[in-house]
Ligand binder design. Structure first.
Ligand SMILES: CC(C)(COP(=O)(O)OP(=O)(O)OC[C@H]1O[C@@H](n2cnc3c(N)ncnc32)[C@H](O)[C@@H]1OP(=O)(O)O)[C@@H](O)C(=O)NCCC(=O)NCCS
Length: 139
C-alpha cells in the first residue's frame, strides 16, 4: 500500500474531495453472503469513475496502468447510493494520476460517509494502444 497518498488526504474531511464522476446504487447482486458489498465491485466503480475523469483529460482512449493504493474504510450496505469522486493528482507525458473517493449513503443514514479511497493511474493511448501525450491546453 502507498501510505503517502493516504497521509496526504484528510480522512475526517466532512465533504468529498474532487468532482462527482459516477453515481450508482449498490445492488444485491454486488454483495456477499452476509449482505456487504464486494470490494471488487467498488474497485470496478472507482476504475470507471477515474476513467471518466481521465477520458476527459486525455480527450480520448485511456487504459488503467496501475492502482497504487486502495483503502476500504467502512462496509457498504445493499441499497446504498454510491458516489465516486475523482480528483487529478498529477499529469505526466501520457499518464494521469487520479485520486478516487467513494462515499455511500443508505436511506437509513443521516449523511453520506467515505467508504473507500484509492489512487489510479491511467495512460492516454491511441487506436493502436500506443501511449500518446495528454493534451496540455484546454483541460
Ligand atoms: C498502458 C500501457 C499502454 C503503457 O505501456 P508502457 O509500455 O508501460 O508505457 P510506458 O512505459 O511508456 O509508460 C507510460 C506511462 O505510464 C506510466 N506508468 C507505467 N507503469 C506505471 C505504473 N506501474 N505506475 C504508475 N505509472 C506507470 C509511465 O511512468 C508513463 O508515464 P508518462 O508517460 O506520464 O511519463 C500498457 O502497459 C498496457 O497496455 N497495459 C494494459 C492496460 C490495460 O489493459 N488496463 C486494464 C483495462 S483498461
Amino acid at each position: 500500500m502507498n501510505d503517502s497518498i493516504i497521509e496526504e488526504q484528510n480522512d475526517d474531511a466532512p465533504t468529498p474531495q474532487g468532482e462527482l464522476a459516477l453515481q450508482t446504487i449498490a445492488m444485491p447482486a454486488d454483495s456477499n453472503a452476509d449482505g456487504d458489498i464486494f470490494g471488487g465491485w467498488l474497485v470496478s466503480q472507482m476504475d470507471l469513475a477515474g476513467a471518466v475523469c481521465a477520458n476527459r483529460l486525455a480527450r480520448g482512449r485511456v487504459a488503467t496502468v496501475a492502482i497504487d493504493s486502495m483503502v476500504f474504510l467502512r462496509p457498504v450496505a445493499v441499497g446504498s447510493v454510491v458516489s465516486c469522486y475523482a480528483e487529478v493528482k498529477d499529469i505526466g507525458r501520457s499518464s494521469m494520476t487520479i485520486i478516487v473517493e467513494v462515499w455511500a449513503q443508505h436511506h437509513s443514514d443521516a449523511e453520506a460517509r467515505k467508504v473507500t479511497e484509492g489512487q489510479f493511474t491511467f495512460v492516454a493511448i491511441d487506436e493502436n494502444r500506443r501511449t500518446r501525450p495528454v493534451p496540455r491546453t484546454g483541460n
